[in-house]
Design a protein around this ligand. Structure first.
Ligand code: SF4
Length: 549
């Protein structure tokens, strides 16, 4: 919608089309301002561009606006036929085909063509008789007569659109699941997941893309410079030839250390919606750049939900349960087939006992205590899951954070900082406010919501990789670490190794045990953020349900 149309409260004719297709689609696009262009949207645009090239004297597309109708829109074409003007609407797809009948126009298309015709009537100050819809998928043109009934459908759609603009709750998912298969907003709406919550018999189809498009670009060189060359980023690193990376190939840039970024490169990020994250050499998140003002509606709902202590307690319980269960399952899996000594057995039992207390914990503070105790036991047991011949330098002694005191903790901390960035990406994609969480205490050094969500992924995404990479002897004790008396960090070599391991893990696909479809870990993070939002928008019940098998 143009800014003017939005401010004037005018409704786009194409939004009426969306409304008649599915009220929720209208709401997501017009009220929550979520717009995604999928392959079918691009194909539609291509069709209109091709038609534009064919425009002749008699065929023109143009904008019309009517204050009286409260409508605005750009019609595909207007032609002179049989002594009167006729609106033409072009569709890529097929008409409604019923056995033994002539092809007919779909209801939403009829109303769209009629709405354009009403705009044109007002502009020309003369009555029109018909509109025509060209279905290119079947190569037929269907005539829509401008009857009183078709005109009334336009008025009713305008009235319904106005009503929907004033409500704060999303309309329910549409009844016909077939419509969702073609809907560009299915990855945001998650209709199949909602149907599954409503009926556990439902077998959800994965409409959520399994993988994220583009890659995460990591820049580790302290002397590096990121500039712009047309639609590409130009990366210059000491001792390496300059590289051009098309902006379409990446979804985020992460700078580890002191690389420079030019204003032109920042403008390219803003233009393409690419997020930029700065981390210190030691892995502390320093800040992020995310273009655009952010979706206000969603944030208002988030504030309302997360100022409710009952909602926070429910979400915190679910998150702690998922985290501690994940840790327990990892320990059980990694020690399966081995002889568990008494310390391991006692630790596992302790974690089981702590788990049982989560569902009845009366406050978020208590949950934080349970989570902390479980984490302490879990990290004490980590040596049990390392191979017996692991070099002593790589065996941790508990968890040390700021700063890490041993090599194991250096790998862990660096990986967690990348996890922070990856979860941050998911939160930005959904449009939630990262500073407003439900489990972690607000503090200025890290966004609480990101810390909350990270709890779901520490064990399955990075702890597993840290342990397996050590067991596979992928770390070089001398070269991959920078060791002082106070702390241990990853060296440049070590960081590059960790980044490769981490990004590979992000692309690993796994099967969501509840929804029963496969997707990458990167995608799982965004999915969890969307399911979290559903806890307060429409259909709660699926957030933090995923577990390692
Ligand atoms: S995915 Fe289905 S329910 Fe959701 S907006 Fe699209 S058509 Fe409507």
């Amino acid at each position: 919608m143009s800014a003017a149309a939005e401010n004037d409260g005018l409704i786009r004719v194409s939004a009426l089309h969306a409304l008649l297709y599915c009220e929720r689609l209208f709401y997501l696009e017009e009220v929550e301002e979520i717009r995604l262009a999928d392959a079918s949207v691009y194909a539609g645009r291509t069709l209109h561009e091709e038609l534009a090239k064919e425009e002749g004297e008699e065929q023109r597309s143009f904008f019309l606006t009517s204050e009286k109708l409260g409508l605005t829109g750009k019609m595909d074409a207007v032609k002179h036929r049989n002594g009167n003007w006729v609106v033409y609407e072009h569709k890529r797809g097929k008409p409604l085909l019923r056995k033994g009948e002539e092809p007919q126009a779909w209801e939403s298309d009829i109303t769209q063509a009629a709405a354009y015709s009403l705009l044109l009537e007002e502009h020309l100050q003369r009555g029109l008789d018909e509109a025509r819809i060209r279905y290119h998928g079947h190569n037929v043109t269907v005539i829509v007569t401008l009857t009183a009934e078709n005109r009334e459908k336009v008025y009713q759609a305008i009235q319904r659109a106005r009503e929907l603009r004033t409500v704060t709750a999303r309309p329910p998912v549409c009844e016909s699941s077939r419509k969702c298969l073609k809907c560009s907003l299915a990855p945001v709406c998650l209709p199949e997941e909602e149907r599954f919550v409503q009926s556990r018999e439902w077998e959800p189809v994965r409409l959520f893309p399994a993988e994220i498009e583009g890659a995460a670009l990591h820049v580790t060189g302290h002397q590096a410079r990121i500039g712009r060359s047309g639609e590409a980023f130009k990366l210059e690193e000491a001792s390496e030839p300059a590289r051009k990376i098309p902006s379409a190939d990446i979804h985020s840039i992460t700078i580890h250390g002191n690389a420079q970024v030019t204003t032109q490169a920042l403008q390219l990020c803003a233009d393409k919606g690419i997020h930029l994250h700065w981390f210190s050499g030691g892995g502390t998140h320093l800040g992020s750049f995310s273009p655009g003002p952010g979706p206000v509606q969603r944030r208002i709902r988030q504030y309302q939900a997360l100022t409710d202590p009952g909602m926070c307690l429910k979400l915190a319980r679910r998150t702690v349960l998922a985290k501690v269960e994940g840790q327990l399952r990892f320990l059980l899996r990694a020690t399966r087939g081995k002889k568990r000594n008494e310390t391991t057995l006692a630790g596992i039992e302790e974690i089981r006992t702590l788990l049982k207390s989560v569902p009845t914990a009366e406050g978020v503070d208590i949950l934080r205590g349970i989570e902390g105790s479980a984490a302490q036991t879990y990290f004490e047991l980590i040596p049990c899951v390392l191979n017996e011949d692991t070099p002593s330098e790589l065996i941790p002694s508990g968890r040390s954070r700021r700063p890490p005191k041993d090599r194991f903790n250096a790998i862990l901390s660096f990986g967690y900082s990348m996890l922070y960035r990856a979860v941050f990406e998911g939160v930005l994609a959904v449009g939630l406010e990262p500073a407003f969480g439900f489990l972690h205490t607000p503090r200025s050094s890290a966004h609480p919501l990101i810390m909350d969500l990270m709890e779901l992924f520490r064990a399955p995404v990075w702890d597993i990789i840290t342990v397996s990479s050590i067991n596979r002897r992928q770390w070089n004790i001398a070269n991959d670490f920078s060791v002082t008396r106070e702390k241990v960090w990853l060296s440049d070599e070590g960081r590059k190794k960790a980044i490769i391991l981490f990004e590979r893990r992000m692309q690993d696909k796994w099967k969501h045990p509840v929804l029963d479809y496969s997707l990458s870990w990167q995608r799982t993070m965004e999915l969890e953020v969307r399911l979290l939002e559903k806890e307060w928008t429409d259909t709660p019940g699926l957030f933090a349900r995923a577990r390692l098998r």
